[in-house]
Design a protein around this ligand. Structure first.
Ligand SMILES: *Cc1c(COP(=O)(O)O)cnc(C)c1O
Length: 366
């Protein structure tokens, strides 16, 4: 054993595996493996980035202007918003605040691959509730709650499946939890959902003491590189996260770009519309390959989880898509050896992916 020895729960961690952008032979590929925005970023955000050239000074530790920009768009109290180095930092803080060695952090079997790490980092045990189909099951999550459960992590829409738990189901999950269990609703993909379903989690967090909602600028806002996320919830939870987060956790450029992006809701709407259109086109093409054992889970996010249960394997499809120039996400380490998660890319990318899958199945070009 190497000295100094880490804590046993730290030694057991396997580092987060990000999406690749290279083929097995090292050739660069178009990335459809990390759910990035194929439209790039809002021009307003890019202009703000070009102006944010002060590197010598610390950023505003409280991201005041950014929190106010978020509060205006979402009709929230800026005092109940906390910003993070991506929403990942905030999820980490939430788990760290409530769970420790011996405690349980509950999630659906197929959830964001970061979640088990968040539990392990604090010595807690990640507990996986069986899904329904592949998506989260409220009944099975509630049945898996024990007296050791401290936090429930729910990504809605879910990654890697893409399923969306409707507001009534999320409310039923919350209603079934003890008041001393924190429900974190991770809405990284909320902007891709029908706008009518985008505010229910905020209302739940406003009405209850044990709900925290997180959002990110990494997906529909197209600012993954800037590492900005935010969360909202009751004052005592926001206070806990504020104590645990990094003191200067969002850079000057990140704060400026995110605030400008918030004020350009037209870009977000365009991203949602592009995504809905191309996702429907890809889903339709995959449904047409059903006789080859290929299907996609229903998705409200900016990707499709595609299942390969016939003669064409996920591995063969991964290779064929790499050959066509695209990197997608194979998730055997998440218990999905027969599935690929394909990010919705540009219109050209969708066309190429469809053509590559049809060719692999021996079908004529569509
Ligand atoms: C991409 C993603 C995030 C965003 O992480 P950031 O740290 O904000 O970049 C959060 N949750 C889920 C489920 C995701 O897929």
């Amino acid at each position: 054993m190497l000295k100094p020895e880490p804590k046993p729960w730290i030694a057991a961690i396997r580092a987060y595996v990000p999406g690749t952008s290279k083929s097995a032979s090292g050739r660069p590929l178009v990335k459809l493996s990390a759910n990035e925005n194929p439209l790039g970023s809002s021009p307003a955000a890019l202009a703000a980035l070009a102006e944010a050239h002060v590197a010598a000074d610390y950023p505003d530790p409280d991201a005041r202007a950014l929190r106010e920009a978020i509060a205006v768009v979402h009709s929230l109290d800026p005092a109940l918003i906390v910003c993070g180095t991506g929403s990942g930092e905030l999820l980490h803080c939430a788990v760290q605040a409530l769970a420790g060695p011996g405690d349980e952090v509950l999630m659906s079997r197929y959830s964001f691959s970061l979640y088990p790490l968040l539990a392990q980092k604090v010595g807690a045990v990640p507990v996986f509730a069986d899904p329904e189909g592949y998506g989260a099951s409220v009944d099975r999550l509630l049945a898996a709650v024990t007296e050791r459960t401290r936090v429930v992590l729910l990504d809605n829409p879910n990654n890697p499946v893409g399923t969306f738990l409707p507001p009534a189901e999320v409310a039923r999950l919350h209603a079934g939890l003890p008041a001393d269990v924190l429900l974190v609703i991770d809405e990284a993909y909320a902007e891709y959902v029908d706008p009518a379903f985008q505010t229910h989690a905020f209302a739940l967090a406003k009405a209850h003491g044990n709900v925290l909602v997180s959002r990110t600028f990494s997906k529909a806002y197209g600012l993954a590189s800037e590492r900005v996320g935010w969360a909202t919830g009751p004052a005592h939870l926001v206070d806990l996260v504020n104590r645990l987060r990094g003191a200067f956790n969002v850079s000057v450029s990140g704060q400026k770009a995110a605030a400008a992006a918030m004020s350009d809701q037209g870009f977000v709407a365009a991203a949602r519309e592009h995504n809905a259109r191309e996702r429907a086109r890809l889903a339709g093409a995959i449904a047409a390959l059903g006789n080859h054992g290929i299907s996609a889970s229903p998705s409200e996010a900016n990707f499709l989880l595609v299942h390969f249960e016939g003669e064409v394997t996920a591995g063969a499809a991964l290779a064929a898509l790499a050959e066509a120039g695209y990197a997608v996400r194979h998730l055997p380490s998440q218990g999905l050896p027969n599935a690929l998660r394909i990010t919705i890319g540009t219109t050209a990318a969708t066309t190429d992916v469809i053509a590559a899958l049809r060719k692999l199945c021996g079908e004529a070009a569509a």
